[in-house]
Design a protein. Structure first.
Length: 337
């Protein structure tokens, strides 16, 4: 057998390397002030909506968790946004969303200010049910999905819920907690998806933010997984309690996605101690820019790439990124063979 035949024979018995799986999470600012308005803006190809879709199409994720995306009962806004992505050349035909706690009315004075029916009286902050919900879009089938969104806060082991009159109805999730399986070509991948409350505005929110992430520590699957979403806490800066995040980092890996550009570390950023290249949220006021969005895969998985899409001012997509949202998309690539 000549050399060429030997090479061909070797190629025939050597398995081809699978492409890495690209995951992303982002709050693209696709939330509006009333029900149905997001669908209206998608249908009208409103500028901010198109900018958000353009960024996602550029990143080309295999699966993405969107936070800050309004939910509606029939999923019409999510279908319409998926259609827009397909028009831009990046179809993601598999989609999942379920009713979040954000905006879900309680008929209680949840924040104790003596008034009813306000955004802070909902199970999670919101003026109407579904405001600032979550959605998953994927190139591959999604499911099964375990939805823990209805779990009462006080029923979580080791919770830090403050004493108060509403413990009988207060749910843990500000938005939602989903264990969603993505059926990649190689093997199923669990996305442990969430979008936590900011550790600000109300005294209970620091404890709630902590517990929303700590919830997953007792529910990590014995299978490939990634904790993904808006954790709303920075390890070094801001007002949150990062202790649950530190515990999570003991059982996952942090790819430390970095942005290609960071604005000047002046003004509210001047006193920060964290690495600015890891920031995912841009604020021109206190607390300044923070790292709030994460993808934390299981320790046994191989990470081949990671980044924060924060384009420099002269980048052709800088305008679209700035128009879409003050939050920046985070992505990682995994080998699942």
């Amino acid at each position: 057998m000549d050399l060429r035949a030997l090479v061909l024979a070797a190629l025939m018995v050597t398995p081809a390397m699978a492409d890495p799986v690209r995951l992303a999470t982002w709050n693209p600012g696709l939330s509006r002030q009333g029900p149905g308005l997001l669908l209206r803006d998608i249908a009208a190809r409103e500028g901010q909506v198109v900018a958000a879709a353009r960024i996602i199409a550029h990143l080309r994720p295999d699966a993405i968790l969107l936070t800050g995306f309004d939910w509606d009962l029939e999923g019409r806004a999510l279908i319409a946004f998926g259609d827009l992505l397909a028009e831009m050349g990046h179809p993601m035909p598999h989609r999942f969303a379920a009713r979040p706690n954000s905006g879900m009315a309680t008929d209680r004075d949840m924040d104790g200010n003596g008034r009813l029916g306000e955004a802070r009286d909902a199970q999670g902050y919101g003026d109407f049910t579904g405001q600032s919900g979550m959605a998953i879009l994927s190139r591959w089938p999604i499911g099964p999905v375990s939805d823990y969104t209805a779990l009462l806060w006080r029923s979580m082991d080791g919770n830090r819920m403050p004493d108060g009159p509403n413990g009988d109805i207060q749910r843990l999730s500000t938005t939602a907690h989903w264990d969603a399986v993505i059926k990649t070509p190689d093997r199923p991948l669990h996305l442990l998806a969430m979008s936590a409350t900011p550790p600000a505005f109300e005294d209970r929110n620091i404890a709630r933010n902590h517990d929303e992430l700590a919830f997953w520590l007792n529910r990590l699957p014995n299978a490939p997984f990634a904790v993904i979403g808006n954790l709303n806490v920075d390890l070094s800066d801001g007002d949150g309690d990062p202790s649950a995040l530190l515990r999570m980092l003991d059982v996952t890996q942090d790819p430390q996605p970095r942005g290609a550009f960071q604005p000047p570390q002046t003004g509210p950023n001047a006193g920060h101690s964290g690495d600015a290249a890891l920031d995912t949220a841009e604020y021109d006021r206190d607390p300044g820019n923070l790292r709030l969005d994460y993808i934390l895969p299981a320790k046994g998985l191989t990470v081949t790439g990671a980044g924060v899409f924060w384009p420099a001012p002269d980048d052709p997509l800088a305008g679209a990124a700035g128009l879409a949202s003050h939050r920046k998309p985070v992505w990682i690539e995994l080998e699942l063979e």
